[in-house]
Design a protein around this ligand. Structure first.
Ligand code: SF4
Length: 338
């Protein structure tokens, strides 16, 4: 069996703060196969971005990775690499911007304001693909054209602030894809864009990724976007992974009460009078993580005594579908549908 491109196992991330150690990500595990799109979904504070940044070790200096955590990168023809075990910055640079690239919600985060977009693209290509300046310049202009930026040769010489928001997003995608990463991490890449540009950017990303054969980790709070883009989805809540499965499976037959809540909160275009049903309450502070199931303080189906006392393990309502919930476990034991 081919090893997945990326295997994350028992990823636990804590931050040192003035109030003590806080847990941002708790025993998260997932695989991403070559060419696969995995969606990571959850509200703000669920640990999605912290998880994604860990793949490139971009979290701050107050980060503590649990010694059990593993992030294994299996690149074709190379020995597996545990990203968290890399000690030399030189080795880390092969991963960061080489094997894995990331695009952010706010593209200005990717561009230095005082260097032209073109020079930044060229610098990255020379570092990761060892091209001459002339080759890197030609490829950069080609990539800007590929993402639909008009007059790419002129735009190549401009600064990011001279681009419109949608165009900056496209330029960031061009820069991220130009090094031909094996994995693209897209962290809320369309949240700041209006709906038509959002659709164009999603189409563009999925087309280019299919063409280059790379995998994507797509992070969003919007299950609607995931339904359009991902093959599989992992739902996170307060640093815990609560449900994972094929996108259709999870969206059509959600098993975890939190996933069902996220789906019920989506606007229904075929019934515009239907009220939106938000997940009740707010996500608790990581400083006050609930005991037992972390969702029990907001769950309308919580089982008395059990849910606040015991952390649920994963059960499988169907092949490839994993859910961490005592209620689902009880239903499966009784033989009723989850
Ligand atoms: Fe709700 Fe209990 Fe399931 Fe948690 S384990 S989601 S509290 S039913």
């Amino acid at each position: 069996m081919t090893a997945p491109l990326l295997s994350v196992r028992d990823l636990t991330i804590r931050f040192r703060t003035d109030e003590g150690l806080i847990t941002a990500v708790d025993r998260v595990s997932f695989d991403i196969a070559q060419g696969e799109v995995l969606g990571l979904v959850g509200e703000s504070g669920s640990g999605k971005s912290v998880t994604a940044k860990a793949l490139m070790r971009l979290n701050g200096s107050n980060t503590v990775y649990d010694p059990q955590s593993r992030i294994i990168l299996n690149l074709p023809g190379q020995a597996p690499v545990d990203v968290l075990a890399l000690r030399r910055e030189k080795d880390m640079m092969q991963v960061r911007g080489g094997a894995i690239s990331m695009i952010f919600q706010e593209p200005m985060a990717s561009f230095a304001p005082a260097i032209t977009v073109g020079d930044q693209m060229v610098e990255q290509l020379r570092l990761h693909r060892r091209m001459t300046r002339r080759e890197a310049q030609a490829l950069s202009i080609e990539m800007l054209a590929r993402v639909g930026i008009p007059e790419p040769a002129r735009r190549f010489g401009q600064y990011a602030f001279e681009f419109s928001g949608g165009m900056r997003q496209r330029a960031m995608i061009a820069m991220a894809l130009s090094t031909q990463p094996r994995l693209l991490i897209a962290d809320e890449p369309t949240t700041a864009l209006d709906v038509t540009i959002q659709a164009q950017v999603i189409d563009l990303m999925t087309d280019l990724v299919a063409e280059f054969g790379m995998a994507i980790l797509f992070i969003t709070h919007d299950l609607g976007v995931i339904a359009q883009t991902a093959d599989r989805v992992a739902v996170m809540y307060l640093g815990r992974q609560v449900e994972t499965g094929a996108v259709r499976q999870v969206i059509r037959t959600p098993a975890h009460p939190y996933t069902s809540g996220l789906i019920a909160a989506l606007p229904q275009l075929d019934d515009i009078d239907a009220p939106l049903v938000p997940v009740p309450g707010d996500i608790p502070s990581p400083l006050n993580r609930p005991s037992g199931c972390v969702f029990h303080t907001r769950c309308g189906l919580a089982l008395p005594d059990l849910c606040a006392a015991r952390d649920p393990g994963f059960v499988a309502p169907a092949e490839g579908h994993a859910v961490a919930c005592h209620l689902v476990e009880a239903k499966l034991r009784e033989g009723s549908p989850a």
